[in-house]
Design a protein around this ligand. Structure first.
Ligand code: HEM
Length: 82
């Protein structure tokens, strides 16, 4: 039981993380578009870094998200179970 509780905590952290990262990715993408008018701006540099880091962590979290939901995901892909 202790193990199950730990896994579901991680599962919740990954899902909430994905949601927050998704919002940050959209926000930083829009800010980058606006800041692009001024290529020398510090803001462009910072928001591009935020976008790249969030994108990388998002891809890692998607893998964990799929691992934690693997049985359900495999059932969706398996035609026999539809
Ligand atoms: C913004 C990105 C995403 C968010 C916020 C999100 C959120 C969630 C949440 C809250 C759940 C409920 C179970 C849990 O907490 O683990 C869930 C389930 C699931 N997610 Fe995601 N998810 C995202 C992206 C993805 C992606 C990219 C995939 C597949 C490539 C995916 C596949 C699944 C599957 C297979 C389940 C199980 C569905 C079920 O219970 O029937 N998710 N997701």
């Amino acid at each position: 039981m202790g193990t199950n509780r730990k896994i579901s905590n991680k599962r919740a952290i990954v899902s909430i993380g994905l949601f927050i990262l998704f919002i940050l990715l959209i926000m930083s993408a829009i800010i980058i578009q606006v800041e692009e008018n001024n290529p020398q701006s510090f803001g462009l540099h910072v928001w591009t870094a935020v976008h790249v880091v969030c994108g990388t962590v998002f891809m890692i979290f998607v893998i964990f998200h799929l691992v934690y939901n693997w049985k359900i995901f495999r059932n969706y892909l398996n035609r026999k179970n539809r």
